[in-house]
Design a binder for this molecule. Structure first.
Ligand code: G3P
Ligand code: MG
Length: 375
């Protein structure tokens, strides 16, 4: 009787992207060699499963995977790719037909991402500015911004309040329209909630425009132009969601760059100056447990895609460049963590803030160390 030993990969990898595989638009040379080893050129003579987990984003997963495939010279499937806001797909069902305000990105990309997740009524700060330029008098919409702004839809949108459980309590049309129409007659107001994409520092608008809209929405309990109420006195405070906590990340400049975590700090500093305290928010992205749990499911799916219904090996290796997001998250997830020196982490800065299982010069050495560790 032939006993077929089910092929079960002895290990798998989760790769961070910026600072590990890429620096800005440039591919780190070791990246292609590392993936080549896992795609078959290894002592196990098998395809070692791997997925990509990044705090980047701002474009659709399909678009990012198309670009990554070209850069890395391997086919990157969307099923093996998780970016900062991919996890928001999980909540789209609750917001299928109700509007959310998505912040960040360039022109209309972040709306398109939200639509692709199932948020059919996603609005941007450009829509708000096109609806009422007085919201931020320091910016005149460019022709390109005017073309993508959806003012009519915004005016017709069903307003909502995001209650603090990310559930969406939608007033009956008449209630909210009455409230909004009466207020809009007086105050020019609209009611909605907030969600932020990963690339929150918009390429084409000053950051403080976004902070202005956030403060308007939050301080008026979901209505721009509505009366500002102390949050403690609001019936249903707006839910604020951030998708990328990175204070720093590695692009192609010599020193790490400020990421969305710096924007969050800027917003909270303004909010604290206005109200005396910071505003509560929900955080996704590495190193949050929600994001690592989501990535673990993705990895299990990838193993099944390659090998059928076999269990995910306990030997999961996370390769990252940022101790705060990659090493911290992997350690909490119970994975092995390998910190590379090609990104945010610089040995000259001393001991990393979170201790990795291993340190490697680059991603190729990281893969070789993991394989050697198993053989
Ligand atoms: O915006 C991207 C940056 O925050 C980090 O990306 O790939 O190092 O998680 P990554
Ligand atoms: Mg990185």
């Amino acid at each position: 009787m032939h006993v077929f030993r089910a092929l079960c990969p002895p290990l798998s990898f989760v790769f961070d992207i910026d600072g590990v595989l890429l620096r800005g638009p440039n591919v780190i040379p070791a990246a292609k060699r590392a993936l080549g080893i896992l795609d078959g050129d290894n002592p196990f003579r098998m395809k070692i499963p791997y997925v990509f987990l990044t705090n980047g984003g701002g474009v659709a997963e399909t678009e990012r995977c198309r670009k990554l495939s070209k850069q890395l010279g391997v086919k990157v499937e969307t099923s093996q790719y998780c970016q900062a806001h991919t996890i928001l797909k999980k909540f789209a069902g609750q917001y299928f037909d109700t509007p959310v305000l998505v912040l960040g990105g360039h022109l209309d990309t972040v709306r398109q991402v939200a639509n692709s997740y199932g948020y059919q009524k996603a609005y941007t700060t450009l829509d708000v500015l096109a609806w009422n330029p007085a919201v931020w008098p320091f910016h005149t919409l460019t022709d390109a911004e005017k073309r993508v702004a959806q003012v009519a839809e915004l005016l017709a949108m069903l307003p909502l309040l995001l209650t603090n459980a990310l559930a969406c309590r939608l007033f009956k049309d008449s209630d909210i329209r009455d409230v909004c129409l009466s207020r809009s007659e007086k105050l020019g107001s609209r009611r909605f909630g907030l969600m932020s994409s990963s690339e929150l520092v918009p390429a084409d608008l000053q950051t403080n425009h976004v902070v202005q809209v956030m403060c308007d929405v939050i301080l008026s309990g979901g209505i721009i132009g509505g009366p500002h109420l102390p949050v403690a006195k609001q019936e249903a405070p707006v839910e604020l969601v951030f998708c990328n906590p990175d204070l720093l990340w590695k692009s192609d400049f010599t020193r790490p760059r400020l990421g969305q975590g710096s924007f969050k700090s800027a917003f909270q500093a303004v909010f604290r100056a206005l109200t005396g305290s910071e505003y509560p928010y929900t955080q996704f992205g590495k190193p949050t447990k929600a994001t690592y749990d989501f990535a673990s499911l993705l990895l299990g799916e990838r193993v099944r895609q390659l090998y059928g219904d076999v269990p995910l090996s306990q030997n999961v290796y996370m390769v990252g460049d940022n101790p705060e997001s990659d090493i911290a998250g992997a350690n909490t997830a119970g994975w092995s963590s390998i910190l590379v020196k090609t990104g945010v982490y610089d040995p000259l800065d001393g001991v990393p803030s979170h201790s990795p299982s291993h340190v490697a010069e680059d991603v190729e050495e990281a893969v070789k160390k993991a394989l050697d560790h198993l053989i």
